[in-house]
Structure formats: structure tokens, C-alpha cells
Design a protein around this ligand. Sequence first.
Ligand code: UD1
Length: 420
Amino acid sequence: MDYLEIEGGNRLSGTVTIDGAKNAALPLIAATILSDKPVTIDNLPRVNDIFTMLKLLGNLGATYTFEENRATIDATTIDNTTAIYDIVRKMRASILTLGPLLARFGICKVSLPGGCAIGQRPIDLHLKALEMMGAEIEIKEGYVIATAPEGLKGATIVFDKITVTGTENIVMAAALAEGETRIINAAKEPEVVQLCEILRDAGIEIEGIGSDELVIHGTGGGLIDIRHITVIPDRIEAGTYLCAGAITNSTITLEHVNHAHLVSIILKLQEMGYDFEIEKERITIKPASRIKSIRISTTEYPGFPTDMQAQFMALALIAEGTSTIEERLFENRFMHVSELNRMGADITLNNHTATVEGEADLNGADVMATDLRASSALVLAGLIAKGTTTVHRIYHLDRGYVKLEEKLQKLGAKIRRLKE
Ligand code: UD1
């Protein structure tokens, strides 16, 4: 197994290129199931979650190529509608095949993803919405078995909670349903917006894109002609590198970013004292003279993202005074706290709120990655800790960050990948 070894204490400088957004690419790959022609996707990040999603489609009978950052997927050859446990267990987002498979074939069987390190993560809202659209759902032997022999019908759906992949699943299902589907309390994340725009470009009439109420006019079953896709930049990868610049109090530039997607993150960093220079597709973060403490509450877009909570917790360790970070989306997303404390941090947890004492004296240690974003927080802490930090179980990191250690090396960090 690979691990990362980091020597802390270096300032960073230079430019880092941000890859395409994994969380935008996953539903777009699933959406190719709706297409009557092969689809080419550019700016696809070469991370393990993307390989897993492609493998899943391949297992269903699709063919694909994936070279550099371009994949061409031909899902017209799908002849199997079972998403098997062995692939789904590796990545919860496999559930994104449920909506499009059911919409196209009227039947499918998708393994239940199960819990994960950051909490239970149920899919009840996906299933309830599909039932509203006429699907019959049965849970048997760890699988969701969904049938809609007459095809899916448009319906009005009110999500009790805002769900990103739930909204994406229902948008894709609605694209081939008969009539109009209205989704109330829809997710507004840029990744949802891109999926809607791609379906709209393929001829599906969708009203309210980017708002919390979407109206989708389905084809009644006919497949659609999805054109060429270029995946949007990864706002979480970008946010993580901004935190790398911030925690080392350095000047670094990010290119290939969409700063409109980064507003809540940039505002928090500005509140802490950092300066920015923002150009078209580039952002430069500049050092702060004083690094102030923060209060963060994670919430849905456009609010502060839960996927940046762990990285900001690492950053709060160098601020003056006490910061508080409330996690409102996932009940168990604080696994990095005990690892950061092993490095000398003073973080206490009270229900869903972490209290972080600043100006911490961090020392390198052996630490364990527990989920994708928690892993990057440990790397960030390693950049400033005295001595050597070793981050184990980085397969979590490889799910979502393209060549993290190479990108950080290029910025001047002393980090290398080794084998246990
Ligand atoms: C997506 C992102 C993930 C991010 C999360 C929140 C992808 C592939 N993943 O995950 O990186 O952290 O959004 O921004 O895009 N819920 C239910 N029932 C459901 C569905 C969700 O109770 O059927 C709850 C969840 O437990 C959670 C909240 O709703 O508390 C939001 O989850 P959701 O938006 O669905 O997260 P994902 O789509 O899984």
C-alpha cells in the first residue's frame, strides 16, 4: 500500500493546474446511459472514482476508451442492468446509475452502497422520488431492484433534504420519463447545474437550472443525443490548494479554475486575512499579515461546502485564537480530528461542532487517512508540522485528487509517495 511522507516547514510558490471536477464527471458518465450515440468527455480527472465509474459502465456492457483526460463512452451496447456489489462498494456514487438505467430499460438492479466513513448516507430520498415516478422498488439481498414496465412518469417531487446525487439521479430519470417532472428543493451545486446544461444541450427542456426548483420535460422513453462534454473545474481540488497556500502563508496561483464556484471559500479565506488576485481562469492567494480565527457552518451550495470542512480545520490550527467548525451535513465527518490531535492539535468535539485552538505547535506523526477530504487535511497539517509526517491509507486520497504529491512537489513541498 502507498503512503505519503511529508517534511514540514517549507513555503510554497508557483502555479498549480486544477483538474476537472470528479463530482461533476461521475453523473455525466452515468448520463451517457441516456445517449443514443457515443459521448466524448474532456477534462476528465484521472482519479480512481472515475476509473471505478467507467468500470461499472463497462460491466454493464458499455465500451469506452480513456486516454489522457478524454474518455469516449458508447453506452448503446449496454445489455446488463445489474450494478454489482463488488464495484458499487468501492464508490457510493455508483448509485448514479440507478436513475438512467431504470429510465432506459424499465428495470435494473443496483447494489446498495452501504454506510461509509462519514456516516450512514442513506438513499431513501432517491428511492422515494423514483416511486413517485411510478417505479416499484424492492430491496432484496443487498440490492435495490427497481422496475417500471410502463416507463417512468413525470411527477412532483419534494426532497425532504437537499441531496446532490439524489437530484442528479432524478434529473436523469426525468429526462426519459413521460411528461413533466418538477423537483422542489433541488440541489444547486455547480455539478448539478452542469448535468442539467448537458441534458438541455441534448434537447431536454429543463426550466430553473441553478435554482432549487427544476422542471424537466421528458422524452417519454426515447434516448437523447448528448454532445461533447467538457467537465467543469474541480472547486474542491481548487479549495484544497488554496488551503495549501494559506496554511504555509505563501503566494501560489491556481489555473483552470472557475472562481464563481469558489465564492464561499474565498470569502472565508479573506475573512482570515488572506489576499487574492482574481483573473479569468486563475486565482492567486497571497499571504496574510495576521491569520484570524474563523467560524464555519457547512451547508449546501452556495454556502460553505462540507467537502472543505476538514481542510479548513487544518488551516484553523495556525490562526490566532479559537475557531469553531460546525458540520451540518454528515453526522460522522470528524474522523480527522483524532489524527490532527495526534500531531499536537487541540481540537475538541461537541456533537456536530469542533472547537479548534489556534497557533498550534504541530509535530510530524504517523497518521491514518479515513476518507477522501480528511486525507487532504492531514497532508495540509503535514506541510507545517515540525519533522516528518507519514500519511497512511492514501487510497482514499487517490479516489479524488489527481497526483496530489506531484502537484505539491511542483509548488516546492517536500512530499513523496512511498510503499509500505
Ligand atoms: C455529494 C457529493 C459529496 C458531498 C455531498 C454534500 C458526489 C459524488 N458526492 O454526495 O462529495 O459531500 O454531496 O455536498 O457528488 N440524505 C438522506 N437520504 C438520501 C440522500 C441523502 O438522508 O436519500 C442525506 C445525507 O445523509 C446527507 C445529506 O442528505 O446528510 C446530503 O447528502 P447528499 O447531498 O445526498 O450527498 P451525496 O449526493 O451522497
